[in-house]
Design a protein around this ligand. Structure first.
Ligand SMILES: Cc1cc2nc3c(=O)[nH]c(=O)nc-3n(C[C@H](O)[C@H](O)[C@H](O)COP(=O)(O)OP(=O)(O)OC[C@H]3O[C@@H](n4cnc5c(N)ncnc54)[C@H](O)[C@@H]3O)c2cc1C
Length: 486
């Protein structure tokens, strides 16, 4: 396991469903149109969140808690993004690297505790660099539905894709244009949070973004749930995915890296992340199509190779793909050109920011070419390289002296979420402006979740006080370590 652990709606919405008679919901008869085109305005919000992963949902919830009418638009038919749609089940530790000081609270902590209570998540050692908790991602999906439907101020739009932004002459974004079953519709809002991962809305709003060349973007992974791995591992001590995936292996895919873990609550199933889609820019439609198909082809190749090399026998069924994640797991695509770019030194030195929106302790973790590189906050550096015999080799070194003082957590500043020139759009999630190394650490979900919460609070403040994006946040969303958020 490894980014971490190893081994292992029509026009007239039925307002009653959302308990929301207060909504301005318009149908085909509505006269309001966006300026300059025929797109009907289907909803008027204070805050519009584009993208509904945990990042986007947490942003929507925090803004609604401050009395905002919120629209949340999600391309898929469910909330949860990479976790639910990509099947990625690991949330990293909410503690600093000592495992003794809690640095992350808020909705991440609340949901984690709820799932643990219902035995839908299991906690790991808080000092582990690999995993803080393993979640049953379907349970997470149910929890996110509950969070959204519990707040009548939130109007969800599922199976809805944001395709354009409308702006007024002063540069303020006025509408998000979505396409869904009812065709092309507009959501009017005073403030927008782009949580699409790929910064789609920032681009549509004409804000500046950047990206690495395909060859330098982190690789992506199509994840799956497999059956039969547990019995195979029990009966064949010589079984390992490394042998199959590594150089010379039956399903050699040009890399040797894989990870997996249990599926909480489903003892006979195994989560598997062993595909690797490189040189793929998921913000390009053609690359995304190729990536999705390549991921599934790799998965089939791996499972077929496992069954060839370790044929099923008496009393043991073949290894089978029980489910393929509906979304390719995207590690990186566009980044925004923000007021600040987070650096490797900010992360490794644990730089403090007065506009902190998130704290984290996850190591720098870069999936590149054939290997993977880790920089730990405690000074260690590890690089995994493929060797000829199908095995992997970990090259271990240090980026700082053993006896040097090391930070036990780092901070992420609000200004890295604010695109240059933006009046009323901020971003939250993996499109954050960060150097290659810094990004390797801050991209994980416990960090993105906090960015979402802080962005929701900043958006609410901006709307209430009439503030511009750059001035909307006062650093107050994230409490001191050890203190619970809200
Ligand atoms: C294989 C893999 C393993 C990983 N392992 C871990 C791990 O163990 N732990 C960890 O914490 N992190 C891990 N990560 C990283 C982490 O999962 C992601 O960085 C993080 O989830 C990104 O969150 P996000 O909200 O920014 O984006 P996403 O999760 O990508 O969410 C974006 C959401 O926006 C929606 N969307 C996109 N475009 C549009 C549009 N135009 N209109 C409407 N909706 C749109 C998408 O459908 C999606 O729901 C892993 C990533 C991968 C790929």
């Amino acid at each position: 396991m490894h980014d971490t652990i190893l081994t292992t709606r029509r026009n007239l919405l039925k307002t009653a469903v959302f308990g929301a008679a207060a909504f301005t919901v318009s149908g085909p008869a509505a006269a309001e149109k966006t300026d300059g085109d025929d797109v009907p305005v289907c909803f008027s919000a204070d805050v519009c969140v584009l993208g509904g992963s945990t990042t986007g949902v947490f942003a929507a919830v925090r803004a609604a808690e401050k009395g905002m009418r919120v629209a949340i638009v999600e391309n898929e038919g469910f909330f949860g993004g990479t976790a639910v749609g990509g099947y990625v089940p690991i949330w990293h530790s909410l503690y600093d690297t000592t495992g003794k000081r809690q640095i992350i609270s808020g909705l991440t902590d609340r949901i984690e505790r709820e799932l643990v209570k219902r035995r839908e998540a299991v906690m790991k050692d808080p000092a582990s660099p690999s995993a803080g908790a393993i979640l049953n991602v379907q349970a997470l999906s149910f929890a996110l539905d509950s969070l959204v439907s519990a707040n009548p101020l939130i109007r969800p739009f599922l199976h809805a894709r944001v395709v354009a932004a409308r702006k007024s002459a002063d540069g303020r974004v006025t509408h998000a244009i979505i396409e869904d079953k009812d065709g092309r519709r507009a959501i009017a809002a005073k403030f927008f949070i782009d949580a699409t991962g790929d910064a789609d809305f920032a681009v549509q709003a004409g804000l500046s973004t950047w990206k690495h060349a395909r060859t330098d973007m982190q690789a992506h992974t199509t994840c799956a749930i497999l059956s039969g791995i547990d019995s195979l591992s029990r009966r064949r001590k010589d079984f390992s995915f490394g042998k199959i995936l590594g150089r010379g292996g039956e399903a050699a895919l040009g890399h040797s890296f894989w990870w997996g873990c249990e599926v909480v609550g489903c003892p006979s199933l195994t989560f598997f992340a062993g595909t690797r889609i490189s040189k793929c820019d998921p913000s390009s439609a053609d690359d995304l199509t190729r990536g999705e198909m390549e991921g599934r082809a790799q998965l089939k190749k791996i499972v077929d190779a496992v069954n060839r090399r370790f044929p099923p026998g008496k009393g043991r069924a073949p290894v089978a793909v029980a489910a393929v994640a509906p979304m390719m797991g995207i590690r990186e695509s566009r980044h925004i050109d923000a007021l600040y770019r987070v650096t490797k030194d900010d992360v490794l030195s644990g730089k403090r920011f007065d506009d902190v929106v998130a704290r984290g302790s996850y190591r720098i973790d870069i999936h590149e070419g054939e290997g993977i590189t880790f920089f730990y906050l405690d000074g260690r550096k590890e690089r995994m390289v493929a060797t000829e015999n199908g095995k992997v080799k970990w090259e271990k070194s240090r980026w700082s002296a053993k006896d040097a003082r090391h930070a036990t957590w780092y901070e992420i500043p609000y200004r890295a979420l604010v695109p240059k020139g933006s009046v009323n759009v901020i971003c939250a999630g993996r499109m954050i402006d960060a150097s290659r190394e810094a990004y390797g650490a801050i991209r994980v979900m416990v960090n993105c979740n906090q960015m979402g919460e802080s962005a929701g609070l900043a958006a609410a403040r901006a709307v209430k006080e009439g503030l511009a994006a750059a001035d909307a946040y006062d650093g107050s969303a994230i409490p001191a370590p050890g203190q619970a958020m809200l």
